[in-house]
Design a protein around this ligand. Structure first.
Ligand SMILES: Cc1cc2nc3c(=O)[nH]c(=O)nc-3n(C[C@H](O)[C@H](O)[C@H](O)COP(=O)(O)OP(=O)(O)OC[C@H]3O[C@@H](n4cnc5c(N)ncnc54)[C@H](O)[C@@H]3O)c2cc1C
Length: 419
């Protein structure tokens, strides 16, 4: 392979937003490359082991609010049927995360104009004159220069945006990270979570567990396999040393919880530790300060935007850096009706050939606590990928496209906002 790649569209990161962005760009005719640092796509879904497809339907009315590629993926994973207008569970979930890896492999190799490179990290960006000239990637070929006409930052962390000189923001404090883990051969029964909570509280008092939430012990994958939402580690996922410390702490806490429950609850007596991660889950890091910064008020009042390109609907979901019992949040649930996400909330105001999709798009921290869920991130990805292909086609720039034209193109393939 040569040390230089030339493509129309480069998608950085193959998580929820990146998978869909890459597919949308390729289906709209652009020569597309997607690079992903993990050996598989899927982002938090596969890298942290999270089966939930929140944002596909409103949690209270169950009305489907997302169509296009994210809905198609939901159908392929057996979460819904073509034509469904309502999806009932509060947290719609896929049954098998390994199968999601297979599906994303299939999708990302489904077209001759789409290439995926796993084990590939974006490591630098060269920008001048308000444009990205090239992106540096690192993999087994060494350092490779990628020249792309249009770039989509779907790294979740806004790596490309930050390194291109685009303005970014970071909340203080950031929401905690979570290491998910699974334990096999557990006897499921009602009330297990609340009994476990008492033992974990005692462990916290003894100084064995810094903090936790829930715990939510779910039997999401098999009837004797406990899947834990419990660990909380404070830190910054864009600081290499902090991230390493968080991985170490998260793994340690997972084993501490396992040991405590195995020792104290008969349902865990014959259990064994299946695995954690493989990556700790990062909820929040950088957010773009883009052409428009979406606010919680926009979401809660369902403000109309002419350039709406996606629809969100999840509640304001902030995890605090403290122990919370039973629930993940320590505030009343604030649930918006379906709301618009404008095209300008994906655009850098400083760099013309860059769009940012997924949890690092341009929004206040509170608005992003709603827009960050998986299917809303996918919907933003479809908008960004479609826009990037449109920009290439028109010899234009992402940052200068009219969002209503992006919306029209999405509409043409029965995708985009639903309100
Ligand atoms: C612990 C936890 C629990 C959650 N629970 C839920 C839930 O129940 N329901 C729900 O819907 N959402 C949930 N979320 C939120 C949701 O999963 C994420 O916000 C969503 O995945 C965001 O999608 P994304 O594409 O922006 O980022 P990600 O899914 O994180 O994807 C980013 C991708 O970019 C890659 N990447 C990063 N940097 C680079 C780089 N420099 N070079 C190359 N690749 C790179 C990463 O490996 C990753 O694959 C949870 C998140 C966490 C962390």
């Amino acid at each position: 392979m040569s040390r230089k790649l030339i493509v129309d569209v480069l998608v950085c990161g193959g998580g929820s937003a990146g998978i869909v962005a890459a597919l949308a760009a390729a289906r709209n005719g652009a020569e597309t490359l997607v690079v992903e640092k993990a050996p598989f796509a899927g982002g938090i879904i596969t890298a942290t082991g999270l089966p939930f497809f929140d944002g596909i339907a409103h949690a209270e009315t169950h009305e489907v609010v997302v169509r296009g590629i994210p809905f198609e993926i939901g159908v392929r994973m057996g979460l819904c049927q073509p034509g469904d207008t309502h999806i009932r569970p509060h947290n719609p979930r896929i049954r098998n995360i390994e199968k999601f890896k297979l599906l994303t492999d299939e999708l990302l190799t489904s077209r001759p104009n789409l290439q995926v490179l796993y084990h590939t990290s974006v490591c630098d960006v060269k920008a001048d004159g308000g444009r990205i000239r090239h992106v540096m990637i690192a993999n087994k070929d060494g350092l490779v220069t990628v020249e792309a006409k249009q770039i989509i930052d779907a790294t979740g962390d806004g790596d490309v945006a930050a390194w291109s000189g685009s303005e970014v923001d970071k909340n203080d404090p950031l929401m905690p990270m979570t290491m998910h883990f699974r334990v096999g051969h557990v006897h499921a029964r009602k009330g297990l979570g609340s009994e476990a909570r008492e033992h974990l509280l005692r462990a916290q008092d003894r100084g064995e567990l810094p903090m936790f939430y829930g715990p939510a012990i779910m039997f999401a994958f098999a009837k004797d396999e406990a899947y834990f939402h419990a660990i909380r580690v404070a830190g910054d996922g864009t600081d290499a040393a902090d991230l390493t410390r968080a991985e170490i702490q998260g793994r340690k806490d997972a084993w501490t919880i396992f040991r405590i429950l195995k020792t104290n609850l008969p349902e865990f007596a014959d259990s064994y530790f299946i695995g954690s991660g493989p990556f700790i889950g990062i909820r929040e890091t950088r957010r773009l300060v883009g052409q428009y910064v979406m606010t919680e008020d926009d979401a809660l009042t369902s403000r109309h935007f002419d350039d709406a390109v996606a629809t969100g609907c999840w509640y304001l979901d902030v995890h605090p850096n403290t122990t919370t019992l039973g629930s993940a949040n320590d505030t009343e649930r604030v649930q918006p009706s379906p709301y618009d996400i404008p095209y300008r909330a994906l655009l850098s105001k400083d760099v013309s050939n860059l769009a940012v999709a997924g949890r690092c798009h341009s929004a206040t921290a509170l608005a992003a606590s709603s827009t960050r869920v998986n299917v809303t991130a996918m919907a933003m990805g479809e908008a960004a990928g479609t826009a990037a292909a449109l920009a290439v086609e028109a010899n234009d720039e992402l940052g200068q496209l009219d969002g209503t034209k992006v919306r029209e193109r999405l509409e043409f393939v029965n995708a985009g906002p639903t309100r």
